[in-house]
Design a protein around this ligand. Structure first.
Ligand SMILES: Nc1ncnc2c1ncn2[C@@H]1O[C@H](COP(=O)(O)OP(=O)(O)OP(=O)(O)O)[C@@H](O)[C@H]1O
Ligand SMILES: [Mg+2]
Length: 321
């Protein structure tokens, strides 16, 4: 009997087919596009491993994948963790791990859903914001971008308060971050698979394209980048990620590293890196299926299921006092 590995994906063309073909070259393993419909609360998916490339855009897939993960399927990446992740959490975590990140401030949203009455519902919010001390900390120029973002949407470079307010006034209901601008002389995107494999690739953010280059990083800089990406992926628990660094004066700043469905398209990451991604993803999926890995061992419900304890007092709760 073959171990089944499924992939859940959107319109991307190159990666899913190549991944399936590559896994299927290994005797004893069978990869396929997962087929999903109405599922029951006791659904047991036929997959040891599911690769998730699209649940950020299809809520039904995300909910299905959480159930699959509870049933014992190893979902790459962990759908529960992905659901609560955001960029600002990443910056806080990086700072705690000693991975250098730009100075960053989380800002309250500019606008709210209609059910929120700004006069009554937002009593916890400081108003007006202390822009002076925020800007004092970040300094201009600065980058204003969403705390939960992707695809380079709503990212602005601002040079003064007027430009900052103009961009902020257009940010709607998005929670935004204001960030120190790194005037980089080098930009690196690391392809990260299975937490151990880290491949730094030269990237040109202006043209938004990867560049083929060998040995383009000095050894000490490369080591800092590998160490940083290693710590971030292991702390976040991501098996499939791209981790971006902007390098200024030899210092790598982690800029964007919560990308749980990184771009694997052959035309973006170039054939040379695409083949590496396919190979590493196939190796990871096969190893995870072989070892019977599961997600999120640290979550409360997992720990409880492993070792439930009886409630200390039988009967109704004691009266207070
Ligand atoms: N602090 C910063 N200093 C300098 N440039 C930045 C900074 N933050 C973001 N940028 C620029 O803006 C681009 C998009 O930012 P970021 O990667 O954080 O957002 P994103 O929406 O995830 O974009 P993408 O999906 O293209 O990676 C970066 O590639 C970089 O060129
Ligand atoms: Mg980015």
């Amino acid at each position: 009997m073959s171990e089944h590995i499924g992939i859940v994906c959107g319109m991307e063309e190159s990666f899913p087919a190549a991944f399936i073909e590559r896994v299927n070259q290994t005797p004893g393993f069978k990869a396929e596009f997962a087929k999903l419909g109405g599922i029951t609360e006791t659904h047991q998916p036929p997959y040891k491993v599911l690769i998730d490339r699209i649940s950020h855009e299809v809520p039904y897939y995300r909910i299905f994948l959480k159930t699959a993960s509870l049933a014992g399927t190893y979902v790459i990446n962990d759908p529960l963790w992905w659901s609560c992740d955001d960029k600002f959490f990443g910056y806080t975590l990086a700072a705690k791990l000693g991975v250098k990140v730009p100075r960053t401030v989380l800002l309250p949203q500019h606008s709210y859903i209609p059910a929120i009455n700004p006069q009554k519902s937002l009593r916890n919010l400081e108003y007006p914001l202390d822009w002076e001390s925020i800007v004092d900390y970040i300094k201009f120029p600065a980058i204003l971008k969403p705390a939960e973002g992707g695809g380079w949407k709503n990212v602005s470079l601002v040079h003064n308060l007027n430009e900052l307010w103009h961009a902020y006034n257009q940010s709607g209901q998005l929670a935004m971050t204001l960030q120190q601008f790194i005037d980089f002389d080098e930009y690196v995107r690391c392809l990260c698979i299975g937490r151990e494999f880290i491949l730094p690739i030269k990237y040109d953010p202006k043209q938004r394209r990867y560049i083929e280059a060998d040995n383009f990083l000095p050894k000490d800089l490369e080591k800092k980048i590998l160490d940083g990406a290693w710590a971030l992926n292991n702390a976040l628990g991501y098996d499939m990620n791209s981790v971006e660094f902007a390098v200024q004066d030899g210092v790598p700043y982690a800029i964007d590293f919560t990308n749980p469905a990184p771009d694997f398209d052959v035309n973006s990451i170039l054939p040379r890196y695409f083949h590496v991604a396919v190979d590493e993803m196939a190796k990871l999926a096969i190893a995870a299926a072989r070892e019977g890995r599961t997600n999120h061992k640290g979550y409360a419900f997992r720990q409880w299921m492993a070792k439930p304890t009886p409630r200390p007092t039988a009967g109704p709760a004691k009266k207070a006092g």
